[in-house]
Design a protein around this ligand. Structure first.
Ligand code: SAH
Ligand code: SF4
Length: 387
């Protein structure tokens, strides 16, 4: 494997090594207990490792730079770390999170989706979404999801396991390696519910945010939750400047419970009270995600109820027409109807954005690429050494 990942990851290098036709999707996996991933340790934890191995504290900074700035994928590449210490580190920590090559799909609008293979054979998705003046990486927090929202491909497949902090950071690193330009933003809107894997997600946020490492500003990271109230309450106490999105998708308990089972556990009154408390405690705005499903939640009365909910607090609304998924028989409303819904909110002085779904060519909704067994045949394959 190469010493210096920076050299390896140029898009041209990836293209040159990318076979046009990928083989059938393999399922390699390491058996037995896995080592901790080096990408998932905080600077203070590296200092503790140095103490444990009787190394001077400055080695922690050296390791951090090799991992998070130069993003090497071999301990041997860390030329200023003594060989004996490197050996000890290699015995205890894995430096790459991926067991196998990643599959990539690209859409005409520049969206690129990666299907990564974890060391135990789990497959997870990350997406690169370019825009005019920014580039966003959408990452997964869990392999699968236990919340079972009716319209969501990930939810339809059930839950496998939480991702380690190192696997979360590793997705960003893998995406950055093939992104045409340096990613500027991160959204936790891939597979899984971030607040059901709270500790690992917050740890990854702190690692990604570290000024001497990947250095993505906290305000440029968005956590999205389906409404896990204890997670919203905890985040309010973290003193982290991250953005919070709440997936609302319906304005009444009756409707919401039909498509989001989480609503039975934390009904809307409880959810909105936690959101209100969050905005008061942090002074930050919450973005409410609202997926428009024709005839289900896009009538004028639904807009009016949504206005009543959002008006009293610091909130804005993101309207997203439903991405079609096989197991859910709802459809997105036509553009005119979406715009009418948005205008109704706007007239009531609600800050509202109507999003167009991106990445139509890459099985856009979360979890879809993983589902699609055709993905391997339809997509390019990127060698692990490039990630
Ligand atoms: N579990 C978290 C984050 C991951 S899902 C959450 O639910 O917020 C990220 C976003 O994609 C959520 O707003 C989710 O509701 C939305 N989503 C999932 N499937 C979708 C679909 N088919 N069409 C439109 N949005 C979808
Ligand atoms: Fe899980 Fe979010 Fe999908 Fe719901 S929308 S099933 S919470 S990933």
């Amino acid at each position: 494997m190469s010493a210096d990942r920076k050299k390896e990851v140029k898009p041209a290098a990836v293209a040159a090594q990318t076979p046009q036709e990928a083989p059938a999707q393999p399922t390699p996996a390491q058996s037995g207990p896995l080592k901790t991933l080096a990408w998932g340790l905080l600077p203070a934890e590296w200092r503790a490792v140095c103490t444990e191995f009787k190394q001077p504290a400055f080695r922690a900074k050296q390791i951090w730079k090799w991992l998070q700035q130069r993003r090497v994928i071999s301990w041997d590449a860390m030329s200023d770390i003594p060989a004996a210490f490197r050996e000890k580190l290699a015995e205890k920590y894995d430096i790459t999170a991926w067991a196998d090559d990643a599959y990539e799909q690209s859409a005409d609008d520049g969206v690129r989706k990666l299907l990564l293979c974890c060391r135990d054979g789990e497959r997870i998705e990350s997406v690169i979404i370019p825009a005019r003046d920014q580039s966003t990486v959408c990452i997964s927090s869990q392999a699968g999801c236990a919340f079972g929202c009716a319209f969501c491909s990930t939810g339809n497949c059930g839950f496998d396991r939480n991702l380690e902090a190192g696997e979360i950071v590793g997705q960003f690193i893998a995406a950055a390696a093939i992104a045409p330009r340096r990613p500027t933003h991160i959204v936790f809107m891939g597979m899984g519910e971030p607040f059901a894997n709270y500790d690992n997600v917050i740890k990854a946020v702190r690692i990604l945010n570290d000024f001497d490492g990947i250095a993505i500003g906290a305000r440029r990271m968005t956590l999205s939750t389906c409404g896990v109230v204890p997670g919203i309450e905890r985040l309010a106490t973290e003193n982290l400047q991250v953005e919070l999105s709440v997936s609302l998708h319906a304005p009444t308990d009756e409707l919401r419970s039909k498509i989001m089972p989480v609503n039975k556990r934390w009904p809307m009154a409880e959810l909105m009270a936690a959101c209100d408390n969050y905005t008061r405690t942090t002074g930050r705005v919450i973005t409410f995600e609202y997926t428009l499903v024709d005839g289900f939640n896009n009538l004028p009365e639904h807009a009016d109820r949504l206005i009543e909910l959002i008006k009293p607090m610091k909130g804005r609304v993101n309207l997203i027409p439903l991405s079609p998924v096989e197991h859910f028989d709802g459809v997105a409303p036509d553009l005119e109807s979406c715009e009418a819904f948005a205008r109704r909110l706007q007239k009531a002085a609600i800050n509202v954005t109507l999003r167009r779904s991106k990445g139509k060519g890459v099985t856009a909704a979360c979890g879809q690429l993983r589902l699609s067994r055709l993905a391997a045949a339809a997509s390019a394959q990127i060698p692990v050494s490039d990630l």
